[in-house]
Design a protein around this ligand. Structure first.
Ligand SMILES: [Zn+2]
Length: 130
């Protein structure tokens, strides 16, 4: 049953919406914690340093570190936002490329999935070529 492709019932959409919102909260929490942790380190760093060019470079590097730490989470948050928009538009559960219904099992693992597996593989290959 879980591997079938079909439109979702309103209850199922509600269920996946709850999952998306829950995950969104968790991610924001993680993003905020990372920022707090990193900012605290930066603060300590500032306390110990003298102002010269090297310090500026270090500060830049730390900013990059924060971004690379947060990037996967921010990307996931964007995917969740897109999924919530698809729920609003009544398009949730459908592959955004070929329009086929996604397997419920796939949504269970990745409620923010926008593409069926076949289209996602194609899309990733195209992206890798860019
Ligand atoms: Zn597809």
């Amino acid at each position: 049953m879980s591997s079938e492709r079909r439109p979702l019932s309103p209850d199922e959409i509600e269920y996946f919406r709850d999952k998306l919102i829950q995950r969104k909260k968790e991610l924001w929490q993680e993003v905020l914690e990372t920022l707090k942790r990193e900012a605290a380190e930066e603060y300590q760093h500032l306390l110990q340093t003298v102002k010269d060019e090297q310090d500026i470079a270090l500060a830049d590097l730390q900013e990059d570190t924060i971004l690379s730490l947060l990037e996967p989470k921010i990307r996931e948050l964007e995917e969740i936002e897109q999924a919530l928009i698809r729920i609003e538009n009544g398009e949730y559960g459908r592959c955004i490329d070929c329009g086929k219904w996604l397997r419920i099992k796939r949504l269970e693992i990745m409620p923010w999935a926008a593409r069926c597996r076949e289209c996602k593989e194609k899309w990733e290959k195209l992206k890798a070529l860019e």
